[in-house]
Design a protein. Structure first.
Length: 532
C-alpha cells in the first residue's frame, strides 16, 4: 500500500491515526522540553510550525498512545517514536493554545473576536464565569492560568502559533499595528509574572519577536531560531529524506524515468538548501518536498501557495531591488534585528519570509552570506521580480512568453541568433523609464530573465583575473557573456579573451562560446553582438 504524505495536515493525531508518514521530531522535542521552559522559534510559512505546536500539545496532554507503535484501522503499522522510548513521564498538563495563523484576520475587530473566542473556550472548559464583554485579556489570562493549574494540579503549558501573522499582514498600516501590539501586550504581558505557574511556553512566528516590541516584558524567552542544535526542528534533513522517505524517492524516480541518485539530486536542487543559523545542516522545504513525493511531479508548491502576490506587494514597498542585489549578499548579525515594520531593510524580511537563507557564516568576521536556498525559490523570485518591474506593460506576459519560447529553442538547438533577435524585440518593448539605466541594470535584467526561465546561469562569474558578467550553462555549450554599455561588441569579446574568462571551463567537455553584447545608450537596446 502506498504510504500517505501529510500535505497540509497540521493535526498530529490525524497523521498518526490515519496512517500518514511522520518524520520523527520527538528527539528534539524531548531535548527542548527537558532542558528549558520558555522558547521562541522563527521559521518561514508552511515549514511545519503548526504541526510542531500540535505535537507539543499532545506530549503535554499525556497522549502516549499516539507516540507508541500501533496499527491503524486500515492496517498501517505506525512505528514507535523516540519520546515513547524515553524517560518522559507522560503526565497530563493543562494546555492553553492560541493560534493566530488564520489568513482571514483582516481587522482589529476580527483579532479581538479570535482572542475572546479562545479565552472563552478555555474559561468554559474550566467552568469559569464567562466575560460579559470583550477585552480584559490581561486579567482573564491570569485567572485562566490559576484556575487551570488549580483544577488539574499541575502547572500550565502555553503554546502560541504564528503570533505575528496579523501584524505582518498589516504592514504599512501603523494605527492597526499599534492596536494589535496593544492587544498582544495585554494578552501575553502577564506571562513573565506568572512564571511559577507555567510549566512550558512555546511561541512561533515568522519574524523575530524582539522586532515586534510585543514581548518586551517577556524577555526571558529563549530564542532557538538560529541555534544549531534546533536547526532540524522544522523541515526535513537529508538523512530523514533518505531513510524515512526513501521509498517515496524510489517511486518518484521510477515515475520520472530516473535512477535513485539522479532523483535525489533533482529534489535537492529544487527543495533543499535552507540553513537556520551557524550550523551546517541542510534543510528541505517540507511543503514542497512532500507535495512532490505525493504527486510524483516536480512543482513550485511552496512558492505558488500564496507567495506570488504577497512577494510582489512586498517588493512594491521596498527600495527598487535587482536580483543581483539580494543573492550572495553579506550581512551582519545585527541586520536580523532591524525593525520588521518597515521594508527599508529588505534582508531580514526576505530571510525570515523564506526567500533567502544563510549560505555561509564567517566566524572570524562574524558575517553571514545570504542567498536563494534552491531553484524553486530562485526561479520564483526572479519571476515575481520580472512581473513587478514590468507590470505596467499590457503586453508583458505575451512578450515574456515569446522570449521564453525563443530561449527553449536556444537551449534545445543552440540557435543563439534567434534568441538574440527575441531579446532585441523584448527590450524594444520596455518603456524607456524602465530601461534608461546603465550597464549594471541591463546586466541585472538579463540575469533576471534567465533565472526566471530556470536557466543554469552565474552572475559575476569569478576567475583569477576578473569576473564575467554572465555564464550560461546549456546542454550544447557554455556561453560566456560580457555586456558593454555605450561600447562595442569587439571590446566585450576582447575582455573575455584577455582576462581568460573561458579558461575555467576548458575541461568541461562542452564547447565554450564567447558572446559580446553592446547596448546603446540612445536606443536602450542591443545594437551589436558577436560570438566566437
Amino acid at each position: 500500500m502506498k504510504r500517505k504524505y501529510p500535505v497540509g495536515i497540521q493535526s498530529f493525531k490525524s497523521i498518526r491515526q490515519d496512517g500518514y508518514i511522520y518524520v520523527d521530531k520527538t528527539p528534539l522535542i524531548y531535548k527542548m522540553i527537558t532542558e528549558g521552559k520558555p522558547y521562541f522559534l522563527s521559521r518561514p510559512r508552511r515549514f511545519g510550525k503548526s504541526l510542531l505546536c500540535d505535537t507539543l500539545a499532545k506530549v503535554f496532554e499525556g497522549r502516549r498512545e499516539l507516540f507508541d507503535a500501533f496499527t491503524t484501522e486500515d492496517g498501517i503499522e505506525q512505528p514507535q517514536l523516540f519520546i515513547a522510548r524515553s524517560d518522559w513521564r507522560w503526565e497530563r498538563y493543562p494546555v492553553l493554545r492560541f493560534d493566530f495563523s488564520p489568513g482571514s484576520l483582516a481587522t482589529i475587530e476580527q483579532l479581538d473576536t479570535l482572542i475572546d473566542f479562545t479565552l472563552a473556550r478555555y474559561e468554559q472548559q474550566y467552568g469559569m464565569t464567562l466575560a460579559t464583554e470583550k477585552g480584559n485579556f490581561n486579567v482573564r489570562m491570569v485567572n485562566l492560568i490559576h484556575e487551570a493549574e488549580r483544577q488539574v494540579g499541575r502547572k500550565v503549558v502555553i503554546i502560541v502559533d504564528e503570533y505575528d501573522n496579523f501584524i505582518l499582514h498589516s504592514l504599512g498600516e501603523p494605527e492597526k499595528q499599534r492596536l494589535a501590539r496593544e492587544r498582544f501586550q495585554d494578552l501575553f504581558g502577564p506571562l513573565k509574572s506568572q512564571d511559577e505557574h507555567l510549566q512550558f511556553v512555546f511561541i512561533t512566528g515568522i519574524s523575530k519577536f524582539s522586532q515586534m516590541g510585543i514581548f518586551s516584558r517577556l524577555n526571558q524567552l529563549k530564542n532557538i531560531s538560529m541555534v544549531p542544535a534546533y536547526e532540524a526542528l522544522c523541515g526535513i534533513t537529508e538523512q530523514e529524506l533518505t531513510t524515512v522517505l526513501r521509498p517515496g524517492i524510489e517511486l518518484m524516480a521510477e515515475q520520472q524515468g530516473l535512477d535513485y541518485d539522479a532523483m535525489l539530486t533533482v529534489l535537492k536542487e529544487n527543495y533543499d538548501g535552507y540553513h537556520f543559523g551557524q550550523g551546517k545542516a541542510d534543510i528541505y522545504n517540507p511543503f514542497s518536498l512532500l507535495n512532490a513525493l505525493d504527486t510524483g511531479v516536480l512543482g513550485s508548491y511552496w512558492f505558488e501557495s500564496g507567495t506570488t502576490r504577497a512577494l510582489i506587494d512586498m517588493l512594491a514597498q521596498m527600495p527598487r531591488l535587482e536580483i543581483t542585489d539580494v543573492d550572495d549578499t553579506p550581512c551582519m548579525a545585527e541586520d536580523f534585528d532591524r525593525p520588521f515594520d518597515s521594508y527599508q531593510h529588505p534582508l531580514p524580511v526576505l530571510y525570515q519570509s523564506g526567500y533567502l537563507t544563510i549560505r555561509h557564516y564567517d566566524r572570524e568576521g562574524e558575517t553571514y552570506t545570504l542567498g536563494f536556498p534552491n531553484q524553486e525559490v530562485r526561479k520564483g523570485f526572479a519571476r515575481c521580480l520580472y512581473e513587478y518591474v514590468f507590470h505596467e506593460q499590457e503586453q508583458s506576459a505575451r512578450q515574456r512568453s515569446t522570449l521564453q519560447i525563443a530561449y527553449v529553442r536556444f537551449r534545445r538547438d543552440g540557435d543563439l541568433d534567434a534568441f538574440i533577435a527575441a531579446l532585441r524585440t523584448f527590450f524594444a518593448g520596455v518603456p524607456y523609464m524602465l530601461n534608461d539605466k546603465n550597464e549594471h541594470h541591463f546586466h541585472a535584467m538579463l540575469y533576471t530573465i534567465f533565472v526566471s526561465f530556470g536557466a543554469d546561469v552565474v552572475a559575476e562569474d569569478l576567475n583569477s583575473q576578473g569576473r564575467a558578467d554572465l555564464t550560461l550553462k546549456m546542454p550544447r555549450g557554455i556561453y560566456i557573456i560580457e555586456l558593454k554599455y555605450g561600447k562595442s561588441a569587439d571590446e566585450a569579446l576582447r575582455q573575455i579573451c584577455e582576462r581568460g574568462y573561458a579558461s575555467k571551463y576548458a575541461m568541461d567537455g562542452r564547447p565554450v562560446v564567447k558572446v559580446g553584447l553592446a547596448f546603446s545608450k540612445e536606443e536602450r537596446n542591443i545594437t551589436e553582438w558577436k560570438a566566437e
